[in-house]
Design a protein around this ligand. Structure first.
Ligand code: ATP
Length: 225
């Protein structure tokens, strides 16, 4: 359950939109789901993926205004294949005073248009591309287990300990002074040690979760077995 119940609106109930709705709703948030399609709104209502389900055309500003859309904490625009509908919807949201928009883009040019229109109010996501990268990372031979980009310069990543770290403690390895990264957690078998103390020792097969600048994390990945 979410510690802070938030109000989300999700516009567009394709596969991505429905998955966003369902996950937010499962986390205990209030979710308004909206789609132009009567069939999809009926399906989402029947599946119970949202708190409210509305059939409306989001390119019509009046429809969004009547929903008091500006009162939502975040509005997700999950319209990928119709550029015009995606951009008009974002414009409407901006005009109505929505302060946080997450919008799906299907390709680079689409994303660039959304960024130009939305400026600092919008976060553009490329779900197909990001999921592809994630899956490729998780199945590639390189030992990048999982990486989450926090900003263009910083990430959280998982690595196995390089051979020379095995049996040594965090302090002995001098992770922060030497590599400029911080250990968030170490997973040893089934045990997860969050914010491990400096005397914690690395074992073969551990999965270390690190946060730090991308170039330093890259350096560590190359050391990793
Ligand atoms: P998926 O998430 O399945 O990959 P997609 O990115 O291809 O989908 P679209 O098919 O373009 O996205 O649109 C997703 C949903 O947005 C569809 O269910 C569609 O009915 C809805 N949609 C499109 N235009 C509008 C609009 N003007 N108002 C509201 N909903 C709309």
């Amino acid at each position: 359950m979410a510690t802070h119940r938030k109000q989300f609106a999700v516009i567009g109930l394709g596969r991505f939109g429905q998955s966003v709705c369902r996950t937010l709703h499962d986390h205990g948030h209030d979710v308004l789901a909206l789609d132009i399609s009567e069939e999809l709104t009926r399906d989402v209502h029947a599946a119970g993926f949202a708190t409210h389900v509305i059939q409306a055309d989001s390119t019509e500003i009046q429809a969004l205004q009547e929903l008091d859309i500006h009162e939502y904490d975040t509005v997700v625009v999950a319209i990928g294949s119709n550029l015009e509908a995606s951009v008009l919807t974002v414009l409407n949201l901006l005009d109505l005073g929505v302060t946080d928009i997450v919008a799906k883009a299907s390709y680079d040019r689409h994303g660039q248009v959304l960024e130009r229109v939305g400026g600092s109010t919008i976060r553009v996501v490329y779900p197909e591309r990001q999921m592809g990268e994630r899956i490729a990372n998780s199945i590639s031979e390189a030992d990048i287990l999982e990486t989450i980009e926090l900003s263009p310069d910083y990430s959280i990543t998982e690595i196995h300990p390089p051979r020379e770290w095995i049996g040594k403690s965090l302090v002995e390895v001098e992770l922060r002074p030497r590599y400029g990264v911080t250990v968030i957690a170490i997973k040893s078998g089934r045990e997860l040690k969050v914010a491990p103390p400096g005397e914690e020792r690395f074992q073969a097969g551990d999965v270390i979760t690190l946060v730090g600048p991308n170039d330093r994390l890259d350096q560590l990945r190359h050391l990793s077995p």
